[in-house]
Design a protein around this ligand. Structure first.
Ligand code: CO
Length: 472
């Protein structure tokens, strides 16, 4: 087994390559930019971050035009990173790293809150702004061509939230961006926030009081509803204030609570159904749609929340097996509020799931793309394409390489859900390189690859923007 651990080493080089070496043929219609995000520096001075989710955000841009691939990478110049570099030590708290462990420090930080702006999880376009996202409500705007940081987006509203998902949904019919957020206190609240196109004001679409908020990385959306999957990984909000632990370590696994799906109507914010289900945990909703008197909700899940522990860096760098992938489950949520049965959609493991955004969003659909596990216990070492209607699975694997999240790009003018290519950044540790892989989606065979002059650390999420990100 070639060593995947190379993907958890820091990358300091920021480069610009006008034309990466390309093998094979890029489709002539493939024009646009793949922007990807992920951690690239896992320590400051002699201090180390604890968790994969904690490292300093770096953006990568692959700009494709006329069969060529231009590449650039740059750190997000977050305050979190800049303060840490200036002081030579970790300054702000991250998901599972807290430099400020005294109770005095915690209480002080409530009066002078400095939530991290280390936006390492995803990228999105908010109206005409390209932003990097993490789970604090501080989207960081950047220039899509140079990747230079422009600063935190200032929303023109007074909505106060403590956490926010890095997986917003865009309603295909309206262009409105919907986000899940939470505020901690007495009471704590889940909020669904909407930003109409062309505006910088968030509006509350729905809100729910909650006693013990659940950790939710993403949420589901259908035409009329949003779906919160309230996993039994919950926090007493007082503990966030008093226990002096990193954010996620305040959450407790309480399987006796089970999972609760909260179905909220977008038009008036009403909770139309609360559907209990077996205890489980998941990061990623895949898709959801309405069917008769139920909502179908596809999610990659795990039997419990130990996957969070599995992704601590000391564990990932050890010799212990690294599952890193879960299983696709379909939940059926009765709109009259009965319990929600789930079915396993495939025996093949999957994570970082993607669909044909816009086309398949909130609709009955067929195809899910993701990373998978070829060799049990290895880190993500294959790409999978699942047909959720037939259960058919296609896999792509190259020995000793480690692909990241596959992003589907539709062929312009194509009408079939599977007509297009999939883009994935693949780590090749023995060559000290990564490459951009272009797979034909339907045949699931390689069209081309473009080699990057360094190894890209394992990242999380990216988006393809077909509209030009600069004049040319
Ligand atoms: Co995610």
């Amino acid at each position: 087994m070639t060593d995947y651990r190379r993907g958890f080493e820091s990358l300091q080089h920021e480069v610009y390559e006008p034309a990466l070496p390309v093998e094979g043929d890029l489709p002539d219609w493939l024009t646009g930019t793949l922007l990807r995000n992920g951690p690239a520096q896992f320590g400051v001075g002699d201090q180390a971050y604890n968790h994969w989710f904690d490292g300093h955000a770096m953006l990568h841009a692959f700009r494709m035009v006329d069969g060529t691939v231009e590449y650039r990478n740059r750190f997000v110049a977050s305050k979190s990173r800049q303060e840490a570099l200036r002081q030579g030590e970790i300054v702000r708290s991250e998901f599972a790293t807290d430099p400020c462990m005294s109770i005095f420090g915690r209480v002080m930080s409530m009066f002078d809150p400095q939530p991290t702006d280390n936006a390492s999880i995803n990228v999105a376009r908010l109206d005409d702004a390209y932003v990097a996202l993490t789970e604090t409500p501080l989207p960081v705007r950047f220039d899509p061509e140079t990747l230079e940081t422009a600063g935190v987006v200032a929303f023109e509203d007074d909505i106060d939230v403590d956490t926010s998902t890095a997986h917003p949904h865009v309603e295909p019919e309206t262009g409105r961006t919907l986000s899940y957020a939470a505020s901690f206190g007495r009471p704590s609240e889940y909020k669904i926030l909407g930003v109409p196109p062309g505006e910088a004001t968030r509006k509350v679409v729905a809100r729910l009081n909650v006693d013990r908020p659940s950790y939710m990385h993403s949420f589901g959306m259908t035409e009329r509803y949003v779906i919160l999957s309230e996993w039994p990984l919950v926090v007493n909000p007082l503990d966030l204030l008093l226990r002096g632990k990193p954010f996620i370590e305040n959450f407790e696994w309480q399987p006796e609570r089970g999972t609760r799906f909260r179905v909220l109507r977008k038009s008036d914010g009403a909770e139309v159904a609360t559907c209990p289900a077996d205890p489980a945990f998941g990061f990623h909703h895949v898709n959801a749609f309405e069917r008769g008197d139920e909502v179908v909700c596809d999610i990659v899940t795990y039997p419990d929340a130990s996957i969070i522990d599995d992704l601590y860096l000391d564990r990932l760098r050890s010799d212990a097996p690294t599952p890193g992938t879960g299983y696709l489950h379909r939940y059926r949520l009765p709109l009259d509020g009965g319990s929600a049965p789930s079915t396993l959609q495939s025996e093949e493991r999957i994570e970082l799931p993607r669909i044909h955004d816009g086309h398949a969003t909130s609709q009955p659909y067929r195809f899910v793309y993701g990373v998978g596990t070829h060799t049990p216990g290895n880190f993500t070492d294959q790409l999978v394409r699942m047909n959720v209607e037939t259960g058919t699975v296609q896999t792509w694997h190259q020995d000793g390489t480690y692909p990241g999240e596959p992003v589907f790009v539709p062929r312009p003018g194509g009408t079939d859900e599977g007509d297009g290519v999939v883009l994935s950044v693949v780590l090749h540790p023995t060559e000290e390189r990564s490459f951009l892989l272009v797979l034909d989606a339907d045949s699931w065979t390689e069209r081309a690859r473009a080699t990057v002059p360094h190894a890209v650390p394992f990242g999380f999420h990216g988006q393809f923007f077909g509209a030009p990100t600069r004049d040319s």
